[in-house]
Design a protein around this ligand. Structure first.
Ligand SMILES: [Fe+2]
Ligand SMILES: [Fe+2]
Length: 290
């Protein structure tokens, strides 16, 4: 039976519209024939990047567990969105895993299944006490992470010579752009008119935000794998646009999340992988991957 948003949960037509726009052309990408079966050359660095991207995309199942544990799925809008979102992200994971094999990388991707006792304890309480805040934080973080995914896939697709593979990666990027639009619309609707919610979300992001994949891989491993990308100023410029993008979300102006992260971790890599001098840090947020 079809469920409609409960007015008691505070979901206006704005959320329903965002969902309808997203669902207009959702659906897992058809890719197997398009990417063919030939190898992509023994590009081990690119293969490792693909392997990590596959792992990060597949980790969306853990993100959805966090969302469920926090009770955010009591929102019919988020519930419906997650069903479609999970199907798309899981397929992204399968695509990148296949592409890593085509680059000659045979190792298995890092993965996790659980969400840890701390999340299982704290998230349900926060979800009950402050549902609007939790949804605002989840959607804001979601929009930011999708933006990073979008920029990463656009950057990578420009450097793939195989036309079939390039088109598939660009199609993944288009799906990330649709995820981004949904999250951004919902984030703005949740943040609108509440300075306190905006302020707390800012604090959460300042403390917990990191690029998607850092929470799965750890910062050091993330930077090691991504070094071929992070050493290119063109990619860094794409990433830095995140700070401008965040400024379009209510109350999130001048956070400078990406600039700060790059200054702290990436700049040393350009002088010779100075990341190893940084303490190993894992960030845990309520949204992550993408
Ligand atoms: Fe994705
Ligand atoms: Fe996504």
């Amino acid at each position: 039976m079809r469920r409609f948003p409960s007015p008691a949960f505070g979901e206006s037509n704005e959320f329903r519209r965002a969902l309808e726009v997203y669902l207009r052309n959702w659906g897992p990408i058809v890719w197997r024939e398009r990417v063919g079966s030939g190898d992509l050359g023994a590009n081990h660095d690119l293969g490792e990047v693909f392997l990590a991207l596959g792992a990060i995309e597949t980790d969306s199942r853990v993100i959805s567990k966090k969302v469920r544990v926090a009770g955010l799925e009591r929102s019919d809008i988020i519930h419906e969105f997650l069903i479609a979102w999970m199907a798309e992200e899981a397929e992204h994971g399968r695509i990148f895993s296949e592409l890593s094999r085509r680059c000659g990388v045979e190792s298995s991707a890092p993965s996790r299944v659980g969400i840890g006792w701390l999340n299982r304890t704290i998230l349900p309480i926060l979800g009950l006490l402050a549902p609007r805040l939790m949804r605002a934080a989840y959607c804001t973080q979601g929009a930011l992470q999708e933006f990073v995914a979008l920029q990463t896939y656009l950057y990578i697709s420009d450097r793939i010579s195989d036309p079939g593979v390039r088109d598939v990666v660009r199609e993944i990027a288009r799906q990330e752009a649709r995820h981004l639009r949904f999250y951004k619309s919902c984030a703005n609707a949740h943040l609108e008119g509440s300075r306190s919610v905006q302020m707390i979300v800012r604090i959460i992001l300042r403390i917990f935000w990191a690029p998607p994949g850092v929470d799965l891989l750890g910062e050091r491993e993330f930077v090691r794998i991504a070094t071929p990308l992070l050493q290119d100023e063109g990619y860094l410029d794409r990433l830095r646009q995140l700070d401008q993008f965040a400024g379009n979300i209510k109350g999130m102006q001048d956070l400078n999340l990406m600039s700060s992260w790059i200054a702290r971790l990436v700049q040393p890599t350009q002088r010779g992988l100075g990341c190893s001098e940084q303490p190993e840090r894992k960030r845990r947020g309520i949204g992550g991957t993408y």
